[in-house]
Design a protein around this ligand. Structure first.
Ligand code: XUL
Length: 526
């Protein structure tokens, strides 16, 4: 009986795999690799290639091919019989695009058990870089896109999202205009999740609505997923040449089965040839399912606040984005580019003197937050290491009436300010009464309490909170194997950690409301 369900994630810095036993609901295994450590020859830092212009944030597509191979290799090296995996699904950082020549089609199909992945795919990329979601080099492109779509009501009316610097439309516009010869050689442009899924099935895989709706190239009809002729035409006009739609693959529903695993994986790692592959998706829709479809605050390298958007709701205005989710449904998400990156910086600056922090260092760091009682005059800061999108702001740390010298004040201010900003830009989840907190930051009780106080909502975390997205993929695969519904699958496979529940403190909730007002007034002046 093939009762194992595999979820894999390729995020900005690492690749993770989670295997669920669809029968018992237990976690049967997992694997994890870090790009900087595993592939030093690419010289990435946090998974991102070095570049003179800090607004340019890119990764290497060949490194991602190697990373997929490495994480599956690590899984195969353990005790788990991979031939018992009946279904699998991949998620990847959203908005990352991969550009390939026509030769990819043959290379995908012709892999054999012995093929060395980097040699095999070395020549297939028409662009040797893949722009990622942190890229902010496309300011003029989003302006041009909004202008071109203005007669149709603007990008939000056409695609569900305002024109975003980090989305594929702007990435493609900039690069194709600057490198027309490379664009000409490009046969396919993939969202990363669809590219990785293509590697699994040995032919181009469609993109799902979860990732495809974060492109500014999609229609906004969730019942009839596809590309928007108006958006495509606007991009083509900007580039000065046509044929963008022939370079984009089909769009399909979340979790649609897209084929069986390619022979290569069977021969090389012992997968069953019957292992079904589901459409890949973005890390955020995957995280949402990994949390059982409940409202989520994810405290990873970026912070996100997301939840299902009720179908009947008019699209409210705000800093958040809208992506497809399970068939016929949408999710709303606010993405804060500067999440735990700031804590990584502060711990090195204030606690370890530049050294890699240990668990003990993190404990010391947490203690520097100080007393739990919140007051109206908490020191506030605008903490941005990279350009931010929620709200759009340039990089820089702005301190409200204090300087960088006092470790305790700065560490406390960072914690409080991030919680205040999370709340301030998450109008779409204003009414949530319970929030599932995941990502590395969910280990901190202080952070879970601050989120509870900021939202006036109970917070809790779940089993495997560090890997909610690949777990979401494994839940989808287990759902496919057991032919159950989403709610049933969530009930069976998503396990709340009862010890983690934190209630909001009513006096703190009031203080947080005042801090939000203070932050709002202050940011309006800045
Ligand atoms: C979402 C976004 C980020 C990336 C991180 O719009 O840009 O959350 O998906 O991987």
């Amino acid at each position: 009986m093939k009762s194992l369900a595999l979820g894999i994630e390729l995020s900005t810095q690492s690749a993770k795999a989670v295997v669920l036993d669809a029968g018992s609901g237990c976690v049967a295994g997992g694997a994890q690799i870090n790009y900087d450590e595993c592939f030093p020859s690419y010289k990435t830092s946090g998974g991102v290639l070095p570049h003179d212009d800090p607004s340019v944030r890119q990764t290497h597509p060949l490194m991602l091919v190697e990373a997929l191979e490495a994480v599956i290799g690590e899984l195969a090296g353990g005790d788990l019989p991979l031939d018992r995996i009946g279904a699998m699904k991949i998620d990847a950082m959203q908005h990352c695009t991969v550009y390939t020549r026509e030769s990819l089609i043959d290379r995908l199909a012709s892999r054999t058990g012995e093929a060395n992945p980097s040699e095999h795919f070395r020549e297939v990329f028409s662009r040797d870089r893949a722009p990622i979601w942190e890229d902010r080099s496309t300011a003029s492109e989003i302006e041009a896109l909004e202008q071109a779509l203005a007669p149709h009501g603007g990008a939000r009316a056409v695609t569900g999202n305002r024109a975003e610097m980090r989305f594929p439309a702007a990435q493609i516009m900039k690069w194709a205009k600057e490198h027309p010869e490379e664009y000409e050689e490009t046969h396919r442009i993939f969202l990363l999740s669809a590219f990785l899924t293509s590697l699994m099935i040995g032919r181009p895989a469609p993109v799902d609505t979860g990732d495809g709706y974060g492109s500014n190239l999609n229609t906004f009809d969730i019942l009839c997923p596809g590309w928007s002729p108006e958006a495509i035409e606007a991009v083509e006009r900007y580039i000065g040449t046509g044929n963008l739609s022939s370079r984009l693959d089909e769009m399909t529903a979340y979790d649609a089965p897209v084929g069986s695993i390619h022979r290569y994986w069977v021969d090389r790692y012992g997968f069953s040839p019957e292992c079904a592959v589901l459409a890949g998706t973005g890390d955020n829709p995957a995280t949402l399912l990994g949390c059982g479809g409940q409202a989520v605050v994810s405290l990873g390298s970026s912070y996100t606040v997301n939840g299902v958007l009720p179908a009947e709701a008019a699209l409210p205005d705000g800093e958040f984005n809208v992506f497809g989710y399970t068939p016929g449904r949408c999710m709303a998400l606010t993405c804060f580019t500067n999440g735990s990156k700031l804590h990584d910086r502060f711990i090195r600056e204030y606690i370890t003197d530049g050294r890699e922090p240990t668990l003990e260092d993190w404990k010391v760091y947490g203690e520097r937050f100080g007393h739990e009682r919140l007051s109206e005059d908490e020191p506030l800061m605008l903490p941005y290491l990279l350009d931010e999108s929620a709200p759009p702001r340039s990089a820089g740390i702005v301190r409200g009436g204090f300087d960088a010298s006092d470790a305790g004040v700065n560490i406390r201010s960072l914690h409080v300010s991030q919680a205040v900003l999370l709340k301030m830009y998450s109008g779409h989840l204003a009414s949530a009464r319970r929030l599932c907190v995941v990502g590395g930051g969910s280990r901190s009780r202080v952070l879970r309490q601050l989120v509870a106080d900021a939202f006036g909502a109970e917070t809790y975390t779940i089993r495997g909170a560090d890997a909610a997205a690949p777990s979401g993929c494994a839940v989808a695969a287990a759902k496919a194997l057991t032919q159950s519904g989403y709610e049933e699958a969530a009930e069976r496979y998503v396990q709340m950690d009862p010890e983690s529940v934190v209630q909001p403190v009513s006096t703190h909730v009031e203080v947080m409301e005042r801090l939000v007002r203070r932050m709002r007034e202050w940011t309006e002046l800045k």
